[in-house]
Design a protein. Structure first.
Length: 583
């Protein structure tokens, strides 16, 4: 049975998933009165302060004040996005998801065919003595590693996979759409042939594409799946489905260049590792990584291409608010070779010695200039000034002092040069926060009005950054995200460029907003009214949460927590009253 709306799906999941059972599967709970108590999984504690209410289907912690329902818990505990949490719970309780949740029967069949292809490749690697098996043996991969990453083999025949999928009843159109086969003169043939196959999975564990490494001299050396409805290189990272929990546990991600680097490091005991998919690191990949940690170490090759990739990748990660360090293996080895030759401890020593983003960039700029000459020294310091303007004020101040001391220039001169070279486009932009309320199906009136304000006058963009959670619908959040990506404080928003970055459904909504809403020359008043209404609604939601938490605290006889919540409630009521209108 499918459910037509997002809210009905959520309600059905909540009705089928008892929060005590879900949390109790990973947290040891004991019943005390009407509730269940255990050690909080979100902070270290020796005395249980984590309470689960079966009657209210919520949890709350008196120690760290985490609070939420069954969906919130799955999101936070497993480091999943809202949609991934919904999919996980839906699978557990037998609720199917429809297009309203970004899933459809068509996408399901894509995942199914990819999974079947992955199984076919997996079995082929293990069938007798074959070139693929000899290749992975030569690379030193163990059976456990091959199993963990689902590594397979595409033989040299022209239609092995095609025949297999046809025998399972799958249509050629689907195979073509997924890039598993090609066609010529009315005949179909396998796209992956004579290659070791690396299945690519998203963080939810779904097979979304494949990478194939040529065994012989075939070109290209690496062949990746094309862009498909379920696979976009810019939005995914290789191996993160396996390593994300280790990344979160270590609070650090090591980003490498290729499949074999990930696999070899993982097999060698370096578990918090991932890789981009044959392209330069993208903003979306940076956002995906930041879901698990802000601490990123780039471990690319030390050749020119690797250095260029390190610079570009570190810039993107830094702009997304990550703490970036760069590691280069000095003797020319890549991570795959190094871990095999010297082992985990030696590699982690390199990680500890990785260079901070600012120091790395300054050293790279220095190598471009002959600072033994006056002209080279001037050019070097001018380029340094431009770079320092891209840093946060605190970091820039530290590096101004450091550069001035190391290269014999006065701080005042360097600061003056920075002032001359500061560029508007270098201003960092605050990353968009994911909305706490993602259950809305349709874009709200407030969201529509705010988007119209931005389309009318882009100067409101910076004022809106403090209220990004005003976008509570998926459509509104995606439109605002796209605005953020093209925003330039020196220009108004180009709606045509904006539409190029949106899905058809979002384009239609944006066009309706642009053509159907008139501000009547009252832009400022409408903007202020939207913000005021948003703040009041947010306070109302928090008041409801506190009321439930207060009831639980009173049931537990926790007078201290009840007093804290009561004070917070009174403060919220006073704040909402000050905003005017109905209380």
């Amino acid at each position: 049975m499918a459910y037509s709306g997002r809210n009905s799906v959520i309600d059905e999941i909540k009705s089928r998933c008892n929060i005590v059972d879900v949390i109790g599967s990973v947290v040891s709970l004991r019943k005390t009165g009407a509730n269940y108590v255990g050690l909080c999984p979100f902070h270290n504690e020796k005395t249980p302060s984590f309470v689960v209410s079966e009657s209210k289907q919520v949890y709350t912690c008196y120690g760290c004040h985490e609070w939420g329902d069954v969906i919130t818990f799955v999101e936070k505990y497993y480091n999943l996005s809202f949609l991934e949490a919904i999919e996980k719970l839906a699978a557990q309780c037998g609720v199917s998801l429809d297009d309203g949740f970004g899933r459809s029967e068509k996408k399901d069949i894509y995942y199914e065919v990819n999974r079947e292809a992955a199984r076919f490749f997996y079995k082929a690697l293990r069938f007798g003595d074959n070139p693929g098996l000899r290749y992975v043996a030569k690379r030193g991969l163990t059976k456990e590693t091959l199993h963990e990453f689902g590594i397979g083999y595409a033989d040299g025949e022209w239609n092995s996979l095609y025949n297999h999928l046809k025998s399972k009843g799958y249509d050629e159109k689907i195979m073509l759409k997924l890039g598993l086969i090609s066609t010529s003169k009315g005949k179909y043939y396998d796209k992956f042939r004579n290659r070791v196959i690396f299945p690519i999975q998203n963080t939810a564990g779904k097979v979304i594409g494949f990478g194939g490494r040529a065994i012989g001299d075939d070109m290209p050396k690496y062949l990746n799946s094309q862009e498909t409805p379920v696979f976009s290189k810019k939005n995914n990272l290789y191996g993160l489905n396996i390593t994300k929990n280790y990344v979160n546990k270590e609070d650090c991600a090591i980003l490498v260049e290729g499949y074999m680097d990930v696999i070899s490091l993982y097999q060698g005991g370096v578990l918090n590792v991932s890789a981009s998919l044959g392209t330069a690191l993208t903003e979306n990949q940076a956002k995906l990584l930041k879901r698990y940690t802000k601490n990123i170490v780039l471990s690319y090759d030390a050749d020119n291409a690797g250095v260029t990739a390190s610079i570009r990748g570190s810039e993107i990660l830094y702009k997304e608010g990550c703490k970036v360090r760069i590691l280069h293996i000095s003797d020319g080895k890549d991570p795959d070779d190094f871990i095999k030759a010297k082992g985990k401890l030696a590699y982690y020593k390199l990680v500890d010695e990785a260079v901070d983003y600012g120091d790395y960039r300054i050293e790279h700029i220095k190598k471009k200039h002959d600072i033994s000459t006056t002209r080279g020294r001037v050019d070097f310091l001018r380029e340094i000034a431009v770079f320092l303007n891209t840093l946060s004020p605190v970091e820039a101040d530290i590096y101004v002092k450091k550069v001035a001391q190391n290269y014999g220039i006065s701080e005042s001169a360097l600061r003056l040069e920075m002032g001359q070279d500061a560029k508007a486009e270098e201003v960092q932009r605050k990353p968009i926060k994911e909305s706490d309320d993602k259950a809305e199906t349709d874009i709200t009136k407030i969201e529509q009005m705010v988007i119209k304000v931005l389309l009318t006058d882009s100067s409101y963009f910076k004022r809106l950054l403090s209220y990004e959670d005003i976008f509570v619908s998926e459509t509104g959040a995606e439109i605002f995200k796209a605005i953020n990506e093209i925003y330039d404080e020196n220009e108004e928003i180009d709606i045509d460029i904006l539409m190029e970055n949106l899905e058809p459904k979002e384009v239609e909504t944006l066009r309706e907003i642009d053509e159907g809403i008139s501000l009547g020359g009252k832009t400022e008043a409408i903007f202020e009214d939207c913000i005021r209404t948003h703040r009041k609604e947010k306070l109302k939601r928090r008041e409801k949460e506190i009321t439930v938490q207060l009831e639980i605290a009173e049931e537990q006889g926790n007078a201290q927590e009840a007093e804290r919540l009561t004070k917070e409630l009174m403060k919220l009521l006073k704040e909402r009253s000050s905003l005017g209108g109905e209380n």
